[in-house]
Design a protein around this ligand. Structure first.
Ligand code: HEM
Length: 417
């Protein structure tokens, strides 16, 4: 099989049938070499064991390519990434990108450890537990609204993503950060533009414009909160910034940006993909509906494994020449873990292609692993634990208004929806 043409992660049509292809390729090689649309080579990790190695071995794999590439290589990388932009847009694009690059996923220790420590107390299971009543209240209000969505024949019909899966997590993370309600819709546009920016495929002027508007908005909000701090995470991070050397302006903007993007688009898809998995497996839906409270925790883990919202990790960069999965990797080459493929590796679970909410705990990579493992995992789990049981309790007869095959997977840089 010609792997390069079998796996085309940049083609929406491929995504509809990706899993059998991953399985066939993984049986031949767990690490495979592909080319991005701009011609740049990169390695895609399909096997579970190798995925763990890449995500956990911080000595050999870096998140921050600036620390791995030489000056010349950096210039060549910039040329490849921004080269297609008109010259007048190039400098702006580089400057905007730089503003957002110092976030947790873009840096390595010791900077990473410092940044992570600053936010971690707001995402511990204990802290997050306190948000339960508010999240339940939000879910209930959204469900009340859904009661009135009728189609032309008088039956209740609604867009689950638009009217339930999206508003819930965006409201939660916005309230945590203290972002005014009226601004939240704009985030969707901005953060979608960011996600549709494919790191391997180069950038485009519209996405850069959205990113610029996003940065401008966050800087304005930072100024407002500096003058009038609130009881929220954004103000907390600003104060931390002012008390010592802790956060630079650039780090602050990048941190808030990451929390907004990572904190809502992913959980939207946990809810959406979870319901899709249930609709495709009516036996599992029946089991779940019979006793949602009993099944919800393992069901969330199985959704994360089977249809994880984050399909692919961000790139890691080899710090040295090395051999991985039998392949010779050169220093500086990017590697992406295809989490969707690793989590269906028979090395992880028996019958990986089966969606089974009664499985014993699995060590899936839906939240990543190693020092970049998802910071928001306790929050995301809790949102799922509230959203899905509340939905099936309110609408026990819920079903898809279209055939599963008619649904189209959205193509984004890293997430599946
Ligand atoms: C079901 C929902 C979610 C999924 C599947 C998910 C998945 C992931 C994955 C796979 C990574 C690691 C990426 C990599 O190593 O390249 C990650 C990192 C991260 N996630 Fe999540 N995430 C979810 C929800 C959230 C939420 C609700 C927040 C915060 C409000 C959040 C914040 C973060 C942050 C800050 C990181 C970077 C951590 C670091 O680099 O130290 N995520 N997430």
């Amino acid at each position: 099989m010609d792997v390069a043409s079998a796996i085309n992660i940049f083609d929406p049509a491929f995504k509809a049938n990706a899993f059998p292809v991953y399985a066939r390729v993984r049986a031949m090689e767990t690490v495979t070499r592909l080319h991005a649309p701009n011609g740049n080579p990169f390695w895609l990790i399909l096997g579970y064991d190798v995925a763990q190695t890449v995500l956990k071995d911080h000595r050999r794999f870096a998140n921050d390519y600036r620390t791995v590439l030489t000056e010349e290589e950096l210039k060549a990388a910039n040329d490849a990434y921004y080269g297609h932009l008109p010259a007048e847009d190039r400098e702006d694009a580089i400057a905007t990108d730089r503003l957002f690059s110092d976030h947790l996923l873009g840096v390595d220790p010791p900077q990473h450890s410092r940044l992570r420590k600053l936010v971690s107390q707001s995402f511990t299971p204990k802290f997050v537990e306190g948000l339960w009543p508010r999240i339940q209240q939000l879910a209930d209000t959204l469900l009340d609204d859904l009661e009135s969505h009728l189609n032309t024949t008088g039956n209740r019909q609604f867009d689950l993503l638009e009217h339930y899966a999206f508003p819930l997590p965006i409201t939660v993370i916005s309230e945590m950060l203290g972002i005014p309600g009226e601004d939240r819709d704009r985030f969707r546009q901005w953060s979608n533009a960011v996600l549709e920016l494919n790191p391997q495929a180069g950038t485009n002027p519209e996405a850069m414009e959205s990113l610029g508007a996003f940065a401008f908005y966050l800087m304005r909000l930072a100024n407002e909160k500096r003058q009038t701090p609130g009881d929220d995470l954004f103000s907390g991070l600003l104060q931390a910034e002012e008390e010592g050397d802790v956060l630079s302006e650039q780090e602050l903007i990048a941190m808030i940006f990451l929390l907004i993007v990572a904190g809502h688009e992913t959980t939207v898809n946990l809810i959406g993909n979870g319901m899709l998995a249930f609709f495709e497996h009516p036996d599992q839906l029946a089991l779940f509906k019979a006793d949602p409270q009993r099944h919800i925790k393992p069901a969330i883990e199985e959704i994360l494994r089977f249809y994880g919202p984050v399909e692919m990790s961000l790139a890691r960069y080899a710090r040295e020449d090395l051999v991985l999965g039998g392949q010779q990797i050169r220093r500086g080459e990017p590697l992406n873990v295809m989490i969707a493929a690793a989590d269906r590796d028979p090395e992880l679970v028996d019958n990986p292609e089966r969606f089974d909410i009664t499985r014993a705990a699995t060590r899936h990579l839906g939240f990543g692993t190693g020092n970049h493992a998802c910071l928001g995992a306790p929050l995301a789990r809790m949102e799922g634990q509230i959203a899905l049981p509340s939905l099936v309790a309110r609408f026990p007869e819920i079903r898809l208004a279209a055939a599963p095959k008619e649904l189209v997977w959205r193509l984004t840089g890293i997430t599946a929806a």
